[in-house]
Design a protein around this ligand. Structure first.
Ligand SMILES: Nc1nc2c(ncn2[C@@H]2O[C@H](COP(=O)(O)OP(=O)(O)OP(=O)(O)O)[C@@H](O)[C@H]2O)c(=O)[nH]1
Ligand SMILES: [Mg+2]
Length: 396
């Protein structure tokens, strides 16, 4: 499954974000280090289901489909807050950064309203400038990866001395265990003239190398959270001007968690990512909350941003595509379920990658595949496209 890691300073709304996505009952409060251990849960990407295009009703094996929106499960990790110099053991988050080894992409939650100081203590709204948080949290993560690479590379160097081929092989193995793709490692090595020995012998170069590996291999997307607050909007406008190279999505995890719970309780009708909320009960408390969300978030941003950032992280930053495997031309699997699965794959994946992912037998007995929409026949090395519907034909 695709994995998203949530990182950031204490008290910025990481657990609120996590809860809104997973609906797990994690602890949330307005003081730092509320979370003291990592949590792992399931969240969902939401995409347009292709059922409408074919005039059928889908029958998902996992996840759901609601009003034509298909929910695809992904994994989310929430960790304790990071403080500056976490890599030296300060705070709590450092101990748990290793958990994010399994993440494909990171969401750095920023308290964009400046309601928390550098260590996550509550302060009056707007009195702390959150723009610097974009920089040092990234530095902490870069430094964490740098130390991991350094420790291991020194050990590998001790063993293989000047044998750069063996060192590179071991480096690839190490970084693969960090879920960093081989083609990215090779690309970065190439950028550094494939001089792995030179990198090992020069700390500055090693840091730059590690940073580049992190930038490409474990990209960070920023959630400008607490956007519902007045200063959230002020600092958000500053942040997008200042950091044009960063992907920043305005979010209100607070709004999203409330909306999702009310929806679950049947008090409102709300589909994550949408701006239409239908209130279904006569309850002043519900109305006050929904009005607050409409006024402070939806009016300007059209969504709470929580669903958007998950989708952006996977489809725009990681460049994944969604593929629909089926067993028959009428879009069913062998049990007659319509469009039973949606599989997320990196862009550039081939038909054989899908076959391997689905079942080794599909790969071993692969004859050819058919893309149902176009009727095209595909060979195992043909590249998949977003929303392809793939039927794999095997030998008996
Ligand atoms: N106004 C507003 N408050 C929020 C939002 N998201 C979170 N909060 C509040 O921010 C405070 C901290 O939320 P948590 O989710 O516990 O923060 P955290 O980052 O997990 O904190 P630690 O676990 O201590 O690192 C709580 O009082 C939340 O209600 C938001 O979008 N808007
Ligand atoms: Mg927390």
């Amino acid at each position: 499954m695709v994995v998203i890691g949530i990182v950031g300073k204490p008290n910025v709304g990481k657990s609120t974000f996590f809860k809104s996505v997973t609906l797990l009952p994690v602890k949330i409060s307005n003081y730092p280090f509320t979370t003291v251990q990592p949590y792992i849960g399931t969240g969902y990407l939401v995409i347009e289901c292709i059922e409408k295009q074919f005039g059928v009703k889908c029958n998902p094996r996992v996840g759901t489909c609601r009003r034509g929106k298909r929910f695809i499960p992904i994994e989310i990790i929430d960790i304790p807050g990071l403080v500056e110099e976490a890599h030296k053991g300060k705070g709590l988050g450092n101990k748990f950064l290793d958990v994010t080894k399994n993440a494909d992409v990171l969401i750095d939650i920023i308290d964009i309203a400046g309601t928390t100081d550098k260590d996550g203590n509550p302060v009056p709204e707007g009195s702390y400038d959150p723009l610097e948080d974009f920089i040092w949290t990234e530095n902490e993560i870069d430094t964490w990866i740098y130390y991991k690479i350094k420790q291991n590379l020194y050990r590998i160097y001790e063993k293989y001395k000047e044998d750069d081929k063996k060192i590179s092989e071991n480096l690839i193995r190490l970084l693969s265990s960090f879920k960093i793709q081989k083609n990215i490692i090779l690309y970065v090595l190439n950028k550094f003239n494939n001089d792995i020995i030179g990198i090992i012998k020069d700390e500055d170069l090693l840091f730059k190398f590690s940073r580049e590996i992190r930038r490409l291999g474990k990209p960070i997307v920023y959630a400008a959270n607490k956007i519902d607050l007045y200063y959230g909007k002020v600092f958000y406008r500053k942040a997008i001007k200042e950091y044009k190279d960063k992907i920043i999505v305005p979010t209100s995890a607070f709004a999203e968690v409330g909306l999702r719970i009310l929806d679950l309780e049947g008090k409102i009708d709300y589909i994550p990512g949408e701006d239409e909320i239908e209130v279904k009960v006569n309850d002043p408390q519900v109305e006050v909350f929904v009005d607050y969300v409409r006024e402070t978030v939806l009016k300007e941003f059209r969504s709470t941003g929580v669903q958007d950032i998950l989708n952006v992280a996977i489809f725009n930053v990681l460049n994944y595509i969604a593929v629909w495997p089926v067993a028959n031309d009428n879009l069913t699997d062998t049990k007659g379920r319509v469009l039973p699965d949606v599989i997320l794959m990196p862009k550039g994946s081939k038909v054989k990658d899908l076959a391997i992912k689905l079942h080794t037998e599909l790969y071993e007995k692969f004859v050819l595949a058919k893309e149902i929409r176009s009727g095209r026949t595909l060979k195992k090395d043909d590249v998949l496209n977003h929303n392809d519907i793939i039927k794999i034909i095997t030998k008996k």
